[in-house]
Design a protein around this ligand. Structure first.
Ligand code: ZN
Length: 652
């Protein structure tokens, strides 16, 4: 195929996607919440469900956050002082959250905060104990905590403990860590899980600064999304400060046997000691990456940029916790080939952490912008033919997501409607890929220079605030389109934002490097020995393209020849391993199964687990295999990964 298509018309190639009429309907049934009156703390939690249909149809255009029960939008909650103890043995966090409030404007009588599986021991307002109540639990949302307040109330102190079902917390026994010597704890608060370890206003639209005092066993180090220590101390007591306001989903904590290594004056890496040197090698270019990002869209505003490499059970690729990205060890490939994930998390320092989606229905404003920004960083650092590969692989994911949902599904709109559902249901390739392709289209239509100026202005003028889709579209209209009807017509904004599927003007990436890969695959399929293929300079992305576009299954001699030439069953690269195990399963290539089992037992990243298990679930024999493997390995997975795999494998 032709080289990179550098002009606008080249990008706007017509799109021919054949949709499978039998597309799997991925839309799940979700209980819709009912909010009922309050119940006392002594009540046994009882989840309220009803069976109203899941997908509520066209996306909402309101800015109401339906995933928080708090009323902190009516009462100022600007600062949190957190004082907690982390009990690694009993797997429990306990302590007090002291909120500074300002009730002078609306004079509320009842402050409502989000909680999930928390035991509330006591509540005091300005030093005086008060009678609090907890609502009956609402599915997904937890229990609203009611606290009586008055106009003059200044401080609300809540003392509490976490429960066994705290969705944000993963407690690892030593054998589940890399070094296998000490227990480990980490949090994942996005989207609405902060409430399972801190009683808080848990909506992305509410920001606060925080100070924290965290007590941990003396042999362990604690880290947060804040100013962090670089080494352990003798007391096991650590103090943290985040003076910039952040939403609750960016609250983060990790506790473990963790060491630090610096990269440059403002970047560095934390990891278990046995993983540290490898991680430091892999992230060599991250300092440069921060400079590259700054050249694109303005100063990095968070002080340090450090990364924490977590044990392998981490359910996602990375989490953009401010000042301290949490990331999966599956990106430590040994050849720095998967660091675009770090570019992504770093880009969130602008899109997401600095300018935040007001509700989870506007999630594409976080992820679409970040995906776009990530690829611009990678283009700057590695060249256009490299970032074109990222765009193309992303486009393939977009096509697959639309196929899975159904081309008319409202879940393929950019503006989502997640009312009554778990906001994590919106965490699909749609906000990431449809969102970033929409921005690419704007760039190509308006011109890169103009679009970059617009984006810098957007990040600046909305710094430390939240934004809805509608506010963004208004801003786009007044600051970029500015009455240019031809440009507006070219973009077809409504089709992208309030319409399903893949709009016909979706930009396509250049194919310079993938065209060569496609040619080598073609040669292999017509009989060329794998050793004779021109694969020498291939990056991970080329190998992904090579494997992704293979036929559904291959004859065993071809599988054997590929494995012999490229040692796929022994690869330490999880992107390649994942695709190889799927192809091996479909081809019945049992030689790869022990390696696949080892992978399933040690990797907790949903991106890799779900495709392997779902491939197995397509046949009766596979279902038995998947169930056995899952039951054996599930304790190594995060509760969030277990939740989605339970649904897939056992339907519950
Ligand atoms: Zn992201």
């Amino acid at each position: 195929m032709a080289g990179p298509l550098t002009n606008f018309f080249g990008w706007l190639m017509p799109l021919f996607v054949i949709f499978n009429a039998d597309s799997i309907n991925m839309i799940k049934k979700f209980a819709v919440l009912l909010l009922v009156g309050s119940a006392f703390t002594a009540c046994q939690p009882k989840i309220i469900h009803n069976n109203e249909a899941a997908n509520p149809g066209p996306a909402a255009t309101t800015s109401k956050d339906v995933h928080t029960q708090c009323n902190a939008d009516s009462i100022g909650m600007k600062h949190l002082d957190l004082n907690i103890n982390v009990d690694m043995e009993h797997k429990r966090i306990s302590g007090c959250a002291l909120w500074t409030v300002d009730n002078t404007k609306n004079k509320l009588k009842d402050l409502k905060l989000d909680t999930y599986d928390l035991t509330i021991d006591s509540v005091a307002v300005d030093g005086k104990q008060v009678h609090f109540t907890l609502d009956t639990p609402v599915v997904h949302l937890g229990r609203a905590l009611h606290i009586p307040v008055s106009k003059g109330s200044r401080q609300v102190m809540i003392c509490y403990k976490t429960g066994e079902s705290a969705r944000a917390l993963q407690w690892l026994d030593p054998q589940q860590t890399h070094d296998k010597k000490h227990p480990f704890l980490y949090t994942q608060s996005e989207s609405i899980y902060a409430r399972s370890w801190i009683p808080c206003p848990d909506g992305p639209g509410i920001r606060f600064s925080y100070d924290a005092r965290v007590t941990v066993p003396k042999e362990l180090l604690a880290l947060m999304s804040a100013e962090n220590p670089q080494q352990k101390n003798d007391s096991g007591i650590y103090h943290f400060k985040m003076e910039l306001p952040v939403p609750a989903y960016l609250m983060a904590l990790a506790v473990g046997d963790i060491s630090f290594k610096s990269i440059d004056e403002r970047t560095g890496v934390y990891a278990e000691p046995g993983m540290l040197a490898k991680a430091r090698y892999e992230f060599e270019d991250v300092g440069k990456m921060v400079h590259t990002a700054e050249q694109l869209y303005g100063p990095y505003r968070w002080g340090r940029y450090d990364m924490l490499v977590l044990p392998p059970g981490f359910p996602i690729g990375g989490m953009e916790n401010p000042r301290l990205t949490f990331c999966t060890p599956t990106i430590i490939a040994g050849d720095r080939s998967l660091v675009s994930l770090i570019a992504h998390e770093l880009a969130h320092s602008w899109s997401g952490n600095l300018v935040t989606n007001a509700t989870w229905n506007d999630f594409w404003l976080n992820e679409g912008f970040t995906n776009y920004f990530e690829r611009r960083i990678m283009e700057q650092m590695m060249g256009k033919s490299y970032s074109d590969m990222l765009w193309e692989l992303g486009y393939q994911d977009y096509v697959q997501a639309v196929k899975d949902f159904g081309e008319k599904s409202p879940d393929t709109w950019l503006k989502l409607n997640l009312a009554g559902r778990d906001p994590d249901d919106g965490l699909t390739d749609i906000p990431y890929e449809k969102g970033s392709h929409f921005l690419k289209l704007i760039e190509l239509s308006a011109g890169r220079e103009k679009f970059d100026q617009f984006l810098s202005g957007y990040f600046n003028s909305h710094a430390f605030s939240t934004i809805t889709t509608e506010q963004f579209l208004n801003y786009l209209d007044s600051n970029l389109i500015k009455g240019d009807t031809a440009l507006k017509n070219k973009l077809r904004i409504n089709e992208w934002v309030y319409g399903p599927g893949i709009p016909a003007n979706c930009p396509m990436a250049g194919q310079e490097r993938f065209a060569k890969v496609d040619e080598e695959r073609r040669k292999f399929l017509v009989g060329t020995a794998p050793g004779e293929l021109a694969t020498k300079e291939w990056s991970t992305h080329e190998w992904m393209q090579f494997l992704r576009k293979m036929p559904d299954s291959l004859p065993l001699p071809q599988m054997t020849a590929l494995d012999k030439a490229f040692a796929f069953s022994k690869t330490g690269n999880s992107e390649i391993a994942d695709l190889w195990y799927i192809l091996s399963w479909k081809s019945g290539y049992e030689v790869a199964y022990p390696a696949m089992n080892a992978f399933l037992s040690s990797v907790g990243r949903r991106k890799f687990l779900e495709p392997i298990y779902s491939t197995m679930m397509k046949t009766e024999k596979g279902k038995i295999y998947a169930r056995e493997a899952y039951l054996k390995y599930k304790n190594n997975y995060h509760p969030l990964a277990q939740e989605s795999l339970n649904k897939m494998i056992f339907g519950k």
